[in-house]
Design a protein around this ligand. Sequence first.
Ligand code: ATP
Ligand code: MG
Length: 429
Amino acid sequence: MAYQIPRGTQDVYGDQSYKWQQLERIFREFCYLYNYDEIRTPIFEHTNVFKRENDSSDMVNKEMYTFQLENSSTSLTLRPEGTAGVIRSFVENKMYANPDLPVKLYYMGPMHRHERPQKGRLRIFNQFGVECLGNKSPYTDVECITLAFSILKALGLNDIKVTINTLGDDESRASYRAALKEYFKPHLDDLCSDCKRRYEQNPLRILDCKIDHDKEFMKNAPSMKDYLNEGSKEYFETVLSLLDELNIPYEIDDNLVRGLDYYTHTVFEIVSINKEMGAQSTVLAGGRYDGLISYFGGPDGMSGIGWALGIERILLALEAEGVALETKPALDAYVMCLDSEARSKALQIVTELRAYGYRSDMDMLQRSFKAQFKAVDRAKAKVAILIGNTEVENNQVTIKDLKKKEQTTVDMEDMIKTLDHILMEEHDH
Ligand code: ATP
Ligand code: MG
């Protein structure tokens, strides 16, 4: 029986892996500029890192890959998101004692959720994310959003929109929660089964429901903004005015509550508005969390903010906008072996070229001259280096400039100089 990849997962190889590397490079460069350090946490954690008390999100309740090994009482879960593990590490390693708060961290890697696979929705997908931990200031919120926006712009996305909302502090949310329960009470029978659960656990999430979204009674649901206390209102207004000053365009979306339960104050998403994008158009999402650090045993009242983007969705959005990304780069040189005796010489030469910094390869199979030239073509090599018995005897190489279609035979010791000349010239063009 043929082996097959599991549903909802994918292999990344060929040109595609160069595109991924390009995204990774840009992401790292921006994190470097913004003074974020990388953190790598385990792919699995103890289940209670993700499954927290009273969490109502689908991700935690329905989508987690949780397992327990035979003869073990330990329940482990493949990480469905990055934030929880980062905060677990922040607290466990007492990073909160750092004299220079906030601690700014970024991560990248695979996340696992048992969802129904579709375009832009996988069971193993990859995120880049950042967390800025240990302070609470609208300046940090804005820095975080600016980083997200700048990365997406630098990747080449133009058809994007930042949507933003505030969930206020605990006090504001408690009164909003009460108002929502009051409002949805007469509509309980009309809510989907998930929303019936959400009604008890976290009625805010009803507003985020993809099933109930267009139902008539949703239209007049109370809005968070009418339940914000003064402090929360002021916080949000400062965030917005700082965004204005930096010319970051945004749209306030009263219904934006985000999928996860731990958010407070600022929540935001970046959505691709390109028509080619299907239902999965949210490419990046994040928000502030006041309670999460103390939940994990960190100092009381210590807040954080973060976001994550989905690499596969970003790639779809880039494709929709027709942005060309990097593909497999051409070889500088391909060493062709014309006689079997020349093979060890060829190996020495290709090793020297690589040590010097030229991306190069050689024929290892002693294929025919014609077959080797086809390989040169496929590799889009800029230069072919031909070695046969004559070259070995005279300690020379024949260098063919494939662009100019010119060929010269030079002494071994002049090989690099000649190559520099040809390849630099090409580079200048
Ligand atoms: P959605 O509403 O699309 O399910 P979410 O609220 O579950 O998204 P987050 O947990 O905030 O998403 O994750 C941040 C980003 O990760 C999303 O904006 C998206 O780009 C990406 N993402 C989330 N789930 C998946 C998935 N199953 N497949 C691919 N990308 C995903
Ligand atoms: Mg989801």
